[in-house]
Ligand binder design. Structure first.
Ligand SMILES: [Zn+2]
Length: 356
């Protein structure tokens, strides 16, 4: 490849940080030399990565305006320009470029993946579902778990409008594409409870241990509510004990402990905690044990227990019960879309001494 003197002039401007002049030279060169298209693509890409979106857009727009570009070069430039717009937050412009590529059957998978990104940013869930299904269709990765999250988002919006019927319909679709969607089960059970269908709610909630046992703590309070509404607390306790035996978990233990406490008093409840703590040390378990001992403690013992309780409470307050397994983001409540890394389903209940 022969380098023209303009090329070196441009390079020189670039090296001397006179980037606007450099771009002008490169753009002029493009007028006469379409072989430098690859160089321009690389340059535009570089500017975008450096966060210089305006420069990247200028380069790519100029490329696209060239009549001598081959079909593939033009498509490549469109894809790059779409990404410039996306990066600059010009979502509408980016969307129309990616749609154009898809329509022409060029870079379909890449364009669909970018569209999916746009629709998520815009919370356009129906369109996001469409894009995700097409990604699978053109041979991209499996999207079931992601599509289920989008259906759950739609269900949440319907529920907020008081439209429980539509919400349930979306949740059903979520389970069709991902039968292990814990979020769909939890949301469905909540709606069933609001409708007074407690037997159904229990059936839905007992699926969760098979879907993803780490999430059973989320089901426990809902299960207790439904068993209690049906006047079947004993049955509820039996199920929780089974859960505890199979999967462990502080939330299950503490729920059982409360039920034992109501029926038999503090001493047997404390015994149950101690037995469990011997095999699995847990800050939450210790907290409950102190609380139970406090009831009967007197004088100096009581004073000491109060100091201990304050310490343990502070420890617990500092620990977030949920953490993203992708980026480590810590959260006080369960979110399905990580605010740190924007991944779905990556935030989970924390296991171990300070968690479950
Ligand atoms: Zn994250």
């Amino acid at each position: 490849m022969a380098y023209s003197s303009d090329y070196f002039k441009g390079l020189n401007y670039l090296l001397n940080e006179q980037q606007d002049k450099a771009i002008d030279v490169f753009v002029q060169m493009l007028e006469v030399d379409s072989e430098t298209v690859e160089t321009h693509l690389a340059l535009g890409n570089l500017f975008r990565r450096r966060g210089e979106g305006d420069r990247a857009i200028r380069i790519h727009q100029n490329l696209i305006a060239r009549p001598t570009l081959s079909k593939d070069q033009r498509a490549q430039a469109l894809l790059e320009l779409g990404q410039d717009y996306l990066r600059a937050g010009l979502l509408g412009r980016a969307e129309s470029l990616f749609l154009e590529l898809i329509e022409r059957g060029l870079y379909r998978l890449e364009a669909l993946e970018k569209l999916l990104d746009i629709y998520q940013q815009e919370k356009e869930w129906a369109k996001a579902i469409g894009a995700a299904k097409r990604i699978e269709h053109v041979g991209g990765p499996r999207m079931g778990a992601l599509i289920a999250q989008f259906y759950c988002e739609q269900a949440g919006a319907a529920r907020e409008k008081g439209d429980r019927k539509s919400a349930l319909k979306f949740l059903k679709l979520a389970t069709v594409v991902d039968r292990n969607s814990v979020r769909a089960s939890l949301m469905k059970a909540e709606i069933e409870q609001l409708m007074g269908r407690h037997k159904l709610a229990i059936k839905t909630l007992t699926q969760i241990e098979k879907q993803d046992a780490d999430f059973t703590p989320e089901a426990v309070p809902l299960l207790l509510r439904s068993y209690s509404a049906l006047g079947q607390s004993a049955k509820g306790e039996r199920y929780l004990r089974q859960l505890l035996e199979k999967h462990g978990g502080m939330t299950s233990l503490l729920a059982v402990v409360e039920l034992v406490r109501e029926e038999q008093g503090d001493a047997p409840a404390a015994e149950l905690v101690i037995r469990y703590l011997r095999s699995r040390p847990s800050v939450r378990g210790l907290d409950k044990l102190i609380e139970l001992q406090l009831q009967s403690g007197e004088g100096e013992l009581r004073e000491n227990l109060l100091i201990l309780k304050e310490l343990v409470d502070r420890l617990l307050q500092e620990k977030a019960p949920y953490r993203c397994r992708n980026c480590g983001f810590e959260s006080k409540s369960l979110c399905w879309h990580c605010p740190g890394c924007k991944q779905w389903s990556s935030i989970r209940p924390v296991q171990g001494v300070s968690g479950e």
